[in-house]
Design a protein. Structure first.
Lengths: 269, 584
């Protein structure tokens, strides 16, 4: 584990220096991952430290979810290195199958406690208390008894975050957490993510929304390879965005900002 | 109302069902939740090669079934790890492998002739202590595992991605779940048979899922529902004299359909719908009159096969009430007991059996009924015996189709007469009178057939049938058995491509003019071979069973005369026929 990563010069990316920094939760160097030996994203190099909120920005199919999966072990590492030195928790997109599950919000939060229990032990009063505390933290304690599938999308995200808190994960992986959320739910989730970062957790947030990405500490731009990695103010320039989104970028007059032309001009919810 | 539950064999079935409701209900929720319905169905069927091995090598069947089911589960788990994908496709792949191994083992290694349906068959009416112990073990294991692993199974199913990070992704959890399903379905095999396992393991849980929203309440209602549906189905099956497994399956399917329909209804309509359903059930129950025996005062006897039933009726006349288990045109190799068979055995003083493994199930039926009846093995009393199939631990010493030699029928009738007189000496005179008259007809039959056959040159008497059932007939009347479409004495074996082509060559070389299909076996194979060789397949033989009441083979005498006529016509290319006098 103490193996120091060698320095890598990455196209369009910053120089990653060898480090034994205790604050580093995960570090990728020249990482290529994919499925069944076929690369989905190539040459990714970035680092997550405690307290950092990092956006994974890119178009659909750009490899954001694959990058998260390389951390969870669902995608295969083809070359390069990936070091994950913290426990991780995922907040996946909600699938239909999950909505059908006969579980309450509290049941889901309690699942986070299984990791620290030996196989013969069942969650007891202490684990329930910890789960309720986590639900309190995400503002869901009043709905602890509600069926998970009947909650709103934003409420479900917060319950899944509570599960990660019970797990006491150092690294939270959020896959498109803002999709389908209304404005007040979005604000609430954003505040929560901010608060979690102040607790020294590292947070990876996959998003295809440029405005979202601007609000976090760092951004990794992905389009089947790493386009850029750095603070949003530095890396989110026209060239990087064009490379990320494949030319569908327009400068927005008067605001001095940049916008992405959504593909096929459909309405984004 | 509750009278069926006073019968000891029904009580044992009920106990078995109530014990099984625990693993079925508990695991059922996991099967439904984790999408393992097809797996749970397949694992019972995949026990087939294990049962063939147990049969061939002579060890306990549940052990073979469980071994094969565990190997199947492990196989699916391994394949699923190597090639993640749709569980159902993987299950199907491994299942096909298991079935193929089973068929090859059965047909080519042990030549046991057993097929999937017969080995994977079960009946709630034939439960013994071993079945109950196995069910209890499955219940204890499921209960323990549900408490121990339930939370982790739930977490892994809820979020497979996160499973590893929350400590629910360990391989032992999935293996434990699949292994338990294997154990529980194996325990249920002897009860409901592999084909209906879903009636206990899937349907009730899927039904209970409709009105529960938490794991615990779902599991409890699912266990209760299995117990209630099982009890009701068993009761109904005794009342209607239907096979219990099928009754329970039908009932659980109907309850699911009703529950789903009620759920889809708007609230005000639900009450009407439910009362209509209750009324329908009440009507059904009222319509099911109990099976009453109105033969009081007569000597009660059981006969296993149609021809033995015929003999016993001839000898017994009006003094004997015969409960004949196999019905016309059913194949004795495929038998599932009905409640009335066991009730009949319970009240019987004598049970007449064919012996030579044709009706080996009768011992279990009699012991299950708690009957004191004496089993008379007629096969042991007949003078002419031909060797049975040689290989396989279960192969019988003698060919079981002894009745096709009328001299054997005579000996059987004499044995029946002896047994009836011993059981009821007061009617001895009538039994003797009946038997003498019938023995005279049997001798006339024997002479008549011999005469008919003499009208065909011996070189033309070449017999190709569906299965090797006519050895005794052929030997008695100088007929050469060239071959059989199914190269075995049981109808359950499958011929290989080489068997078929060998037979076709043989038929052409020997100049066989006719292939004879059997009345109770599908004529397809015989017709195909006849078509291939230019032989005729127009003449049907009665092999293992009498024909229905208005057929040309309704009694033993008619059956053998019809066979003789069919053979003479077939051998002579339709130029000759055979009618026998003195048997009508």
């Amino acid at each position: 584990m103490n193996r120091a990563a060698a320095s890598h010069e990455v196209d369009g990316g910053p120089l990653i220096r060898a480090t034994s920094d205790r604050d580093v939760l995960a570090e990728a160097a020249g990482l290529t991952v994919g499925y069944g030996g076929v690369a989905a994203i190539e040459n990714v190099s970035f680092r997550v430290r405690r307290g950092e909120r990092i956006a994974l920005l890119g178009p659909n199919g750009g490899g954001k979810t694959t990058l998260l999966r390389s951390i969870t072990g669902e995608a295969d590492r083809i070359s390069g290195s990936l070091r994950v030195s913290a426990s991780w928790a995922t907040v996946p997109q909600t699938e239909r199958s999950r909505l059908d599950y006969p579980v309450s919000a509290l049941d889901v939060a309690v699942m986070g406690s299984l990791a620290s229990l030996p196989w013969w032990r069942q969650p007891g009063r202490r684990e329930r208390a910890a789960a309720l505390q986590a639900l309190e933290r995400v503002g869901m304690v009043k709905l602890a008894g509600a069926t998970f599938g009947e909650l709103s999308a934003g409420q479900r995200q917060r319950v899944l975050i509570a599960r990660g808190l019970v797990q006491d994960a150092g690294l939270l992986l959020l896959d498109e957490p803002f999709t389908g959320l209304d404005a007040s739910s979005s604000d609430r989730l954003e505040t929560l993510i901010g608060a979690l970062a102040t607790e020294e957790r590292g947070i990876l947030i996959a998003t295809h929304d440029l405005e979202q990405a601007r609000r976090w500490d760092l951004v990794v731009c992905l389009n089947r390879r790493q386009i850029a990695f750095g603070p949003p103010g530095e890396v989110l320039n026209l060239a990087v965005l064009e490379a990320t989104y494949g030319g569908a970028i327009v400068a927005i007059p008067d605001s001095g900002g940049l916008g992405i032309l959504p593909p096929h001009h459909h309405h984004q919810s | 109302m509750l009278d069926p539950f006073q019968l000891p064999f029904v009580q044992r079935g009920l106990l078995e069902l109530l014990i099984l409701s625990i693993p079925a209900g508990l695991l059922g929720t996991w099967i439904v939740l984790r999408g393992l319905a097809f797996f749970s169905h397949a694992v019972g069927t995949a026990a087939f090669p294990g049962l063939v091995l147990a049969d061939g090598l002579g060890f306990a069947a549940p052990l073979g079934a469980f071994g094969a089911a565990v190997a199947f589960s492990a196989g699916t788990a391994v394949v699923a790890r190597r090639r993640p994908g749709d569980q159902d496709s993987l299950t199907a792949m491994v299942l096909v492998g298991c079935l193929a191994i089973g068929v090859i083992l059965a047909s080519d290694v042990f030549r046991s002739g057993s097929n999937v349906e017969t080995l994977l068959f079960g009946s709630l009416l034939l439960i013994d202590g071993r079945d109950i112990a196995l069910a209890a073990a499955a219940a204890a294991a499921s209960l323990g595992a549900a408490v121990l692993f339930g939370r982790r199974w739930l977490a892994a199913g809820f979020d497979p991605t996160a499973a590893k990070s929350v400590g629910a992704g360990a391989p032992y959890l999935q293996i434990a779940l699949l292994g338990l399903i294997a154990l529980a379905t194996t325990a249920a095999l002897s009860v409901i048979g592999a084909l209906l396992v879903a009636a206990l393991f899937v349907v009730p849980s899927a039904t209970a899922r409709l009105w529960t929203s938490r794991m615990l309440s779902w599991q409890i209602s699912s266990v209760v529902l299995v117990a209630v549906e099982g009890t009701a189905g068993l009761w109904l099956s005794v009342k209607t004299n239907a096979p219990p497994g099928a009754t329970i399956a039908t009932l659980s399917g109907a309850v699911f359909a009703l529950a789903a329909a009620a759920r889809a209804m708007p609230r005000p309509g639900r009450r009407t719908c439910l009362s209509a359903a209750v009324a329908a059930v009440a009507f059904l129950v009222a319509g099911c009159s109990s099976v009453a025996s109105n033969d009081s005062g007569k000597l009660q006897v059981v006969a296993t096969t149609t021809q033995i039933g015929d003999f016993v009726r001839e000898v017994g006349g009006n003094a004997v009430a015969v409960d004949q288990i196999l019905q016309p045109n059913t194949d004795p190799h495929e038998y599932e007991p009905r409640p009335s068979d066991i009730e009949g055995a319970a009240g019987a003083k004598l049970v007449f059996a064919n012996g030579d493994d044709l009706d080996a199930w009768i011992d279990q039926v009699v012991s299950e009924s708690g009957s004191e009846a004496r089993i008379v093995d007629l096969g042991a009393a007949v003078p002419v015996k031909l060797p049975g199939e040689s290989s396989g631990a279960e192969a019988s010493r003698y060919d079981a189709h002894w009745w096709h030699d009328p001299r054997n029928a005579e000996a059987a009738v004499e044995e029946i007469r002896r047994a009836l007189i011993e059981a009821e000496p007061s009617n001895a005179a009538e039994f003797r009178r009946n038997a003498d008259a019938y023995l005279g007809k049997l001798r006339a039959l024997d002479r008549g057939i011999a005469k008919c056959m003499d009208s065909v040159p011996a070189t033309q008497r070449k017999l190709v049938t569906d299965h090797d059932a006519f050895g005794y007939f052929a030997k008695r009347y100088g007929i050469t058995v060239v071959g059989a479409v199914i190269p075995s004495q049981t109808t359950q074996a499958q011929p290989s491509a080489k068997d078929v082509s060998d037979l076709v060559n043989l038929i052409e070389r020997e100049g066989v003019t006719a292939v004879f299909p059997e009345s109770s076996v599908s004529p397809k194979l015989a017709e195909t071979i006849a078509h291939e060789t230019g032989a005729s397949s127009d003449h049907t033989l009665y092999g293992d069973t009498l024909g229905s009441k208005d057929s040309s083979g309704a009694t033993y005498l008619q059956m053998e005369a019809a066979n003789a006529d069919a053979m003479v016509q077939g051998f002579s290319g339709g130029k000759r026929s055979c009618s026998i006098h003195g048997i009508g």
